[in-house]
Design a protein around this ligand. Structure first.
Ligand code: XIL
Length: 351
């Protein structure tokens, strides 16, 4: 057996993986138990699964993940209370079934805003009350900054924003604090927040929230990254600003794609990927974990967005963009059969 990742990094940070309930059995479960001390649901704690219809909560799938975490003494990240994606339409429809975003009447716009913030409160309160003793870190809001520059602050113009402005962000944190208590660790999570101009937009929003007394404990860097992007200097600078702000940092969705953007998807199977690509990936893992260790006093959790290369959302993206409709990615440190890759030795400093 190779050394356990969680043991290796136990003085520095937790090592996590995103999982679907079906991965909690068989070989993937063995790998999870041996190498990881934190898990997060890849999908089943998102709004569309948890509250598919108004006031109809569905806990079945989420509970499986909570139970696994408890049985195996793992930390649990909750992903995600509020998001613009994977959320059912009913959230943004008024009582008559009309899209709230289309409303032009001023009085009615106010009513809609109240209604949506009530729904937000119910959603957040119900979940936080149920899982407050199980969850170690909450993604309270996810991806509220946009990639482009839709407005000066870079705020994503989702229905949440169009209907409530930035009120929904504040309220989500306040409700999570109210029902989760002082011990709840509340995070704002985003992707590409290491690179300009999103790094500034993200930082400015978070520091404004902190200044306004919004109860926020930490920042999540999803870190869906590539072999050569972003640079390690960009990541370092982006992280260090939050150290100065006194916030906890977590890497929440790490995967290192073997492709650039858009992904060419040129390899159709794992065994077609050249050794030199896997070796470049290993170098990338070396520099990443060197950085994480350098900042380990301020980084509490490094979570991969999957376990092994058998199951990664990046395959869908690679396939979507590939000429023949099939693309295989290989972002993790375990291969499709859970054998360790060069990236494993690299992250463990065992090269
Ligand atoms: C992805 C899942 O991995 C996919 O299975 C699903 O189809 C779409 O969502 N940022 C996030 C995650 O915050 O929730 C996303 O997860 C990946 C990007």
């Amino acid at each position: 057996d190779v050394p356990s990742m969680k043991e290796h990094f136990k003085e520095s940070f937790k090592i996590g993986a995103a999982v679907e309930p079906h991965q909690l059995e068989g070989e993937s479960a063995d790998v999870l138990k041996y190498h990881y001390n934190s898990i997060v649901a890849e999908n089943v704690m998102k709004p569309e699964t948890i509250q598919p219809e108004e006031d109809e909560f569905n806990w079945e799938e989420a509970d499986k993940i909570v139970e696994f975490a408890n049985e195996n003494d793992m930390d649990l990240r909750f992903h995600t209370l509020i998001w613009h994606s994977q959320i059912p339409d009913w959230f943004f429809l008024d009582e008559e079934g009309n899209p709230m975003v289309d409303e032009t009447d001023e009085e009615k716009r106010k009513e809609n805003k109240e209604l949506l913030l009530d729904r937000l409160e119910t959603h957040v309160r119900t979940i936080v009350e149920r899982y407050k003793d199980d969850v170690d870190a909450w993604d309270v809001v996810n991806e509220v900054i946009d990639d482009g520059e839709p407005n000066e602050q870079g705020l994503r113009e989702s229905p949440w924003y169009k209907i409530t402005g930035t009120e929904y962000i504040k309220r989500a944190f306040e409700v999570a604090r109210e029902y989760g208590g002082e011990d709840a660790k509340l995070f704002i999570n985003d992707y590409n927040n290491e690179v300009s101009p999103k790094d500034d937009h993200f930082y400015n929003l978070v520091s404004d929230l902190v200044e306004d007394g919004v109860p926020i404990d930490g920042v999540g860097f999803q870190s869906h990254i590539q072999l050569g992007w972003p640079t390690i200097e960009e990541s370092k600078e982006a992280f260090e600003r939050f150290v100065d702000l006194g916030l906890d940092i977590q890497v929440t969705e790490l995967d290192v794609s073997i492709y650039g953007w858009p992904p060419s998807g040129e390899y159709n199977r794992y065994d077609e990927i050249p050794a030199e690509v896997l070796s470049k990936q290993a170098d990338r893992y070396t520099e990443l974990f060197d950085l994480y260790k350098e900042l380990d006093a301020n980084i509490s959790n490094i979570t991969f967005w999957g376990i092994g290369d058998d199951h990664t959302w990046l395959d869908d993206r690679a396939s979507e963009h590939s000429d023949d409709g099939v693309g295989k990615d290989a972002p993790f440190v375990f291969d499709t059969e859970f054998n360790v890759k060069p990236a494993y030795y690299a992250m463990m400093g065992m090269e």
